[in-house]
Write a protein that binds this ligand. Structure first.
Ligand code: GTP
Ligand code: MG
Length: 371
């Protein structure tokens, strides 16, 4: 920061301009709200508030790039699993499709032990992992879109072959397009009497989703989630798209990512499902999550097993936070707990301030209805 007006500085500090002006007077600086302050004066004021300017930047953006990590170099970036979101109209078979993928792709030994602790999970096929997010129950996707954050790499659009394109199908397309992620269409319920995949293809051309067979670029896979038909091909297509897109992350640096869901558990306290998007997360890591912070006490993977670390694209449930974050919040692992605490507390204070100024905030519903 080179220069700020008194008003801008006050805003960054989440204080009234008049308060900052008073502080300036005490320092012998007479300034009005629109007056520019030099770097030294800014530092004096922020120091007086116990804020380091550098930290304030981290607070403002929770920007991963600003928060430097000695291991953060391009050559450390390696392949990571794709994060796939399943979307579509009510009852078109999203959950059944997810079940089918999981049951065919998770080994029998593991299947018995599965407890669906978290609404996100990984499968492995030919040594390649895929992370799936079960969107229907999760506010995360909407929230994240509203915030411009992005978790998904690929959208699977499920359309029932006997029902065709419906309102939420269109909504799902809008989401995927806004996120600028590739769409793979799964035409489901092919086993049903009235199944008409051609009609689905026809209807989707209106949304620029033209099948390869018709000279377009969209991958369509006919499936029956109930019979488990076409599932192998669908998984193959996901891996194919991943190969082309080359998703990468750096497992050597401190973890960053997004909250998928969170709640208050009576026994465990705040519990959050986090998707690690970059870096590796470890038990014991100091962490800032949205407007809260803590130290990771325990991590549980999608199979309900305790794990000590989580690599990029891995969803894990964590405990150890001081408060419940929100779906869509971003998280950053810090080097030391003091810093995490300081940033977390400042973010919490700011959130409180913002709550007071709710009037000029747009609700998620408002944003949603604009599609
Ligand atoms: P919401 O989460 O409510 O949006 O629904 P969903 O898209 O997850 O659909 P769900 O998987 O719950 O399936 C809805 C109904 O369709 C259930 O009765 C399923 O058994 C049925 N169904 C799903 N896939 C198939 C399929 O491939 N064939 C047939 N015949 N029925 C299916
Ligand atoms: Mg469902």
């Amino acid at each position: 920061i080179e220069s700020l007006t008194v008003g801008e500085l006050a805003e960054k500090l989440h204080r009234d301009s008049s308060e900052v002006i008073k502080k300036l007077m005490k320092l012998g600086v007479m300034a009005t709200k629109n007056e520019s302050l030099d770097k030294e004066t800014i530092e004096l004021i922020t120091a007086d508030y116990g804020v380091e300017v550098e930290e304030e930047e981290v607070i403002d953006k929770l920007d991963i790039d600003i928060y430097t990590d000695e291991n953060d170099s391009e050559e450390n970036r390696t392949e990571r699993p794709p994060v796939v979101t399943i979307m579509g109209h009510v009852d078109h078979g999203k959950t059944t499709l997810l079940d089918s993928i999981r049951h065919t792709k998770v080994t029998a030994g593991e299947a018995g032990g599965i407890t669906q602790h978290i609404g996100a999970y990984q499968i492995e096929e030919n040594n390649k992992k895929i992370t799936f997010l079960d969107t229907p129950g999760h506010a995360a996707f909407t929230t994240m879109r509203a915030r411009g954050a992005q978790v998904t790499d690929i959208t699977i659009l499920v359309v029932a072959a006997d029902d065709g394109v419906m309102p939420q199908t269109k909504e799902a397309i809008a989401h995927a397009k806004a996120a600028e992620v590739p769409i793979i269409v799964a035409v489901n319920k092919m086993d049903k009497e009235g199944a008409n995949p051609d009609r689905v293809m026809q209807e989707l051309t209106e949304f620029e989703l033209v099948p390869e067979a018709w000279g377009g670029e969209t991958i369509f896979v006919n499936v029956s989630a109930i019979k488990g038909e076409g599932i192998d091909e669908l998984v193959e297509m996901i891996l194919l798209v991943s190969e082309v897109e080359e998703y990468k992350a750096n497992p050597d640096k401190r973890a960053t990512g997004t909250v998928i869901e969170a709640e208050l558990d009576k026994g465990k306290g705040p519990v959050a499902t986090l998707l690690v998007q970059d870096g590796t997360m470890h038990v014991g890591d100091p962490i800032v999550v949205g407007n809260t912070f803590g130290r990771i006490r325990a991590m549980v993977n999608d199979l309900g097993r305790r794990v000590k670390s989580a690599a990029p694209s891995t969803p894990v449930e964590i405990t150890g936070l001081s408060d419940v974050p929100q779906a869509g919040d971003q998280f950053v692992v810090f080097e030391d707990e003091k810093k995490a605490r300081s940033v977390g507390e400042q973010r919490a204070a700011r959130a409180k301030d913002e709550e007071r100024n709710l009037t000029n905030r747009v609700s998620i519903d408002d944003l949603f209805s604009q599609i």
